[in-house]
Design a protein around this ligand. Structure first.
Ligand SMILES: *Cc1c(COP(=O)(O)O)cnc(C)c1O
Length: 435
């Protein structure tokens, strides 16, 4: 299997090379070069790891990384993704809980899969260095997934004073080979620094720099696996392909679900639920695709005005026909968190609430047709400051998040300059200080 760029001006590469590069050299994103064939009836889904190694086998065929696929899947899918019905009187709405990983968000799956791949790609030429500029879930998930590895190290950049105490802790609590850099600047400064490092050929080559955001196909492919597992289960149970409601920011989840449907898994309609950011919704209603500055919302992991995976969506036949889009503003998110808690006692995070709200807005005939699966993308405890006042009670952390809270923090402060980042990459400059 080869992968080509969405922009069509880069050579086709194998999966290992596509993961190693992140983006294609022409600025596009890697997609499979041709149709992918899966014998859906032959898939065994006793565990996510087992299902993952069969489902992803064709994508890894012909690359040495493919030899490690079962081990990579075992490392990435080592926690469950349960499908629950929060209200027994409403069995036609299920929640796919993707937040049982070590940092409490679905990004654990993609980050663990990707770091397991990088670990094997590093090898004899020395470790690959992952640079992540983060204000949200990705940095913590990547740090956690890189801890203790030898083929890959992770450098996390975050803006000083602009992340919550809980977020900062989740970025700074990981041991070697993970380091956190507190940048004297804002999030854009962090992103510019990362881009400047990638654009410096000597620096990029010396440290084997790569990235871990969702343009990397190594984060997208594993996301197909839990959708496949949930779809197979509901299809077996009801005989009808379930619909999916997906909280959407950079469209990583949406593209993974569409790819899974494309290879023949029993996946019905896909609804992309966005927060108040309107780029996707405006495009879907027939407008041009017009990226906008991102609007801050209470579902902040979805504050995206220029969805980075749009190029992959656009590559599919009839892209507008693939999905519907539901925009859910902050007031509607708050109202849905409150109403769901009153109805069933279930506590939604702000992101997951956009998906449940999108289900509520379906017309009754569409609701009655099939089981719908809403992705629950983060544990509500991560957004306790938003959620607790709405439901009028305190949340308790799940064991994984409680374990993080008990760890020590280590970070290093740097000015927002490429020289300072280069020194940190080389292991020079001030030592990491305990916080
Ligand atoms: C990243 C994230 C999303 C958005 O996912 P995309 O694949 O970027 O569309 C939704 N919810 C949470 C909690 C996230 O961290």
């Amino acid at each position: 299997m080869k992968f080509v760029s969405t922009r069509g001006a880069a050579p086709a590469v194998s999966i290992g090379e596509a993961i190693r590069r992140g983006a294609a050299p022409d600025g596009g994103l890697y997609v499979p070069a041709g149709p992918v064939r899966i014998h859906v009836d032959a898939l065994r889904d006793n565990s996510l790891a087992e299902l993952g190694s069969q489902l992803l086998e064709p994508y890894f065929a012909g690359d040495t990384l493919g030899l490690h696929l079962p081990d990579i899947c075992a490392e990435a899918f080592d926690f469950p993704a349960p499908l629950v019905a929060p209200d027994p009187r409403r069995p036609e709405l299920r929640l796919l809980e993707l937040f049982h990983g070590p940092t409490g968000a679905f990004k654990d799956f993609g980050a663990r899969f990707l770091m397991a791949c990088f670990d094997r790609l590093g090898g004899a030429e020395g470790p690959i260095t992952i640079l992540v500029a983060t204000s949200g879930d990705t940095g913590g998930a990547v740090g956690c997934a890189a801890e203790g590895r030898s083929g890959v190290r992770a450098i996390i950049l975050y803006p000083r004073g602009r992340v919550s105490a809980f977020q900062q802790h989740q970025l700074c609590c990981w041991g070697a080979p993970v380091s956190a850099l507190e940048v004297e600047g804002d999030f854009d400064d962090c992103q510019h620094l990362v881009k400047a490092a990638f654009a410096d050929p000597a620096l990029a080559a010396a440290h084997r720099l790569s990235s871990a955001n969702s343009i990397n196909i190594g984060r997208l492919l594993p996301q197909m696996v839990y959708f496949a597992a949930a779809a197979l289960k509901v299809h077996r149970e009801t005989g009808v392909a379930p619909g999916f409601l997906l909280p959407t920011g950079n469209l990583g989840h949406v593209v993974a679900a569409l790819w899974a449907r494309d290879v023949g898994l029993p996946i019905g309609p896909v609804v992309a639920a966005t927060n108040a950011n309107r780029t996707l919704g405006d495009w879907h209603r027939g407008g041009d695709y017009a990226p906008q500055p991102s609007l801050p919302t209470i579902a902040n992991a979805m504050d995206v005005g220029a969805p980075s995976n749009f190029e992959r969506l656009e590559r599919l036949p009839d892209p507008r026909g693939q999905i519907t889009v539901e925009r859910v503003d902050d007031d509607a998110i708050r109202a849905r968190i409150r109403a769901e808690h009153e109805r069933s006692g279930y506590v939604l995070c702000p992101h997951s609430a956009t998906a449940v709200e999108a289900w509520e807005r379906l017309d009754p005939a569409r609701k009655a047709e099939r089981v719908w699966i809403a992705a629950a993308t983060a544990h509500p405890y991560k957004f306790a400051d938003v959620v607790e006042p709405l439901i009028g009670k305190r949340l308790t952390p799940p064991p994984a998040l409680a374990a993080i809270e008990g760890r020590d923090e280590r970070k290093r402060r740097i000015p927002a300059t490429l020289e300072a980042l280069a020194a940190a990459l080389a292991g020079e400059g001030p030592a990491a200080e305990a916080a």
